[in-house]
Design a protein around this ligand. Structure first.
Ligand SMILES: [Zn+2]
Length: 75
């Protein structure tokens, strides 16, 4: 996997994403991602991007001011 920004090799990692939902903040932890060694750019595979989108949709209905989800447990 290569960095989409600078083309340098990226390695497997996990990240935490905070998504502003307008009425609250959604935090998803342990999201599998690729991280660039060179510029610290983080990107997801298609599968993971879809899953994150799915979690976002799911959480909309039960959203509180602050929701923290563990990707591993939601997957
Ligand atoms: Zn890069």
């Amino acid at each position: 996997m290569k960095c989409m920004k600078c083309g340098k090799p990226a390695y497997k990692s996990t990240t935490t994403e905070a998504i502003e939902m307008g009425f609250g903040l959604l935090i998803i932890r342990n999201i599998p991602c690729y991280k660039c060694d060179e510029c610290d750019e983080i990107f997801y595979t298609g599968d993971v991007a879809l899953k994150v989108e799915h979690i976002t949709e799911m959480v909309k209905s039960l959203m509180q001011e602050l929701t923290i989800i563990d990707y591993e447990k939601a997957a």
